[in-house]
Ligand binder design. Structure first.
Ligand code: IFM
Length: 445
């Protein structure tokens, strides 16, 4: 049984919930917002389960005060949200949309009035469509456009927002979007995807001094999705495959961010798909950060597979009975392992878990409640894993549960619920789940 309590964590430890703009805001075509790559992608038949689109999502744009009250009711001390680039700069660059900025003014002010610290993510995958039409992340200019966007947002909100995350999960916006094709923009081109990873990292590095220049006492970081990598067997072939797989999954992002070159073994495997790097790029990418965001969901078990993509590896399903609604194994010890590994290998800035959570097929019961005990147990076990990591010397600054609300789960549409708060997408009614009540009571101590 989980054992940790809030008092076992430092007083300034951040307890938060996370969301992203495209997944909750809705209001996709009002007040000057224009399409992002995800609006375009979702409109293509067969891309999203059940043909769902993010057009309305949780209509958070029109339920802002109610949702802020829900955050407050959870008892958290911080809220991580993302800004919608196409709401601020509908064409990606050029004219700034005042109505878009005004929405985030209201959001930030509402948080501060409630004593909740805003953690702002600049990019959670919703690239303005005109930038994709011009070449997207494989094109270097997109990194420059991102730095301009960071300037616009940080100038406006920097007097009130001190925690800035440049990118959320670069793996998803690049490899899944440009190579695996499962995410927007739905392309399947390895060299383009790898070039995109470089430009996303470059844009992170370019944005750091811009944000620092506009924000007194800014705390800047990036949020990576990282996985402990295990081998499927004791064979030498599987062992080497796991090293290769870890190279692209984890080290490809961690190494350059921590002042190293891209991993040489991965560059060798990529061959002609290796990125084109301009002199000075790596120094920009390695710019100093104040925290490292890690999103943790599951481990990966790897077998050798000569036909298994660029790293010649294959993910093997674990023989697990405790899985979430995505089929992801519940494996909290992987979080401790991951944190210790990153600390040992990189000596990073303090770490914040910027996402961790689970989807289950929740339903409103006859008594009007949502009895999602599994989610509460999942969160508590992962908090235990954090405590164990801290006992082992990991410097941890906070933990953000994914997610505040059930929302638009990308290619899975509305079929996967991650919220502490249930959303009825037909009438936008919010219902605090038992897991949300549990978190509130955990945080009350
Ligand atoms: O919903 C996503 C989020 O946008 C990014 N990290 C993983 C979550 C669950 O799949």
């Amino acid at each position: 049984m989980p054992r940790s309590t809030r008092v076992q964590f430092p007083g300034d430890f951040r307890w938060g919930v996370s969301t992203s703009a495209l997944q909750i805001e809705g209001a996709s075509d009002i007040d000057g917002r224009r399409p992002s790559v995800w609006d375009t992608f979702a409109a293509e038949p067969g891309r999203i389960r059940n043909g769902d689109t993010p057009t309305r999502a949780c209509d958070h744009y029109h339920h802002l005060q109610e949702d802020l009250d829900l955050i407050k009711a959870l008892g958290v001390t911080a809220y991580r949200f993302s800004v919608s680039w196409p709401r601020i700069l509908p064409r990606g660059t050029g004219a700034v949309n005042e109505a878009g900025l005004a929405f985030y003014d209201r959001l930030v002010d509402g948080l501060l009035e409630r004593g909740i610290e805003p953690w702002l993510t600049l990019y959670h995958w919703d690239l303005p469509q005109p930038l994709e039409d011009a070449g997207g992340w494989p094109r270097r200019d997109t990194a420059l456009a991102f730095a301009n966007y960071a300037d616009v947002v940080s100038r406006r909100l920097g007097d009130r927002v001190k925690h800035w995350i440049t990118h959320n999960e670069p793996w998803c916006s690049t490899i899944k979007g440009y190579y695996e094709g499962e995410f927007a923009p739905g392309k399947r081109d390895l060299a383009a995807a790898i070039q995109a990873t470089h430009h996303v990292l470059l844009s992170h590095g370019l944005a750091l001094p811009v944000v620092r220049n506009n924000v007194a006492d800014a705390k800047c970081g990036i949020a990576l999705s990282l996985h402990p990598i295990h081998t499927a067997s004791d064979s030498e072939a599987d062992r080497l495959a796991a090293i290769r797989h870890d190279g692209l999954r984890n080290r490809w992002f961690l190494d350059p961010l921590h002042g190293r070159d891209y991993p040489k073994d991965v560059l060798r495997e990529l061959g002609t798909a290796a990125p084109k790097i301009v002199d000075g790029d790596l120094a920009i990418i390695a710019g100093q950060t104040d925290f490292l965001g890690i999103n943790y969901y599951f481990r990966e078990i790897i077998a050798d597979d000569p036909k298994g993509g660029p790293m010649r590896s294959r993910v093997v399903e674990p023989d697990a009975t405790d899985v979430t609604g995505f089929g992801w194994e519940v494996y909290p010890e992987g979080l401790t392992e991951l944190l210790q590994r990153v600390t040992r290998d990189y000596r990073p800035a303090p770490i914040a878990i910027t996402e961790n959570g689970a989807t289950y097929p929740d339903e409103i019961s006859a008594d009007g409640a949502v009895h999602d005990d599994k989610r509460a147990l999942y969160i508590h076990r992962h908090i235990d894993a954090l405590r164990a990591a801290m006992d082992g010397g990991v410097d941890l600054a906070g933990y953000f549960t994914w997610s505040l609300l059930d929302n638009f789960e990308w290619a899975e549409g509305y079929s996967k619920r991650f919220g502490l708060v249930h959303v009825d997408f037909a009438n936008q009614k919010r219902t605090m789940k038992d897991s949300g009540r549990w978190l509130a009571s955990f945080l009350k101590g």
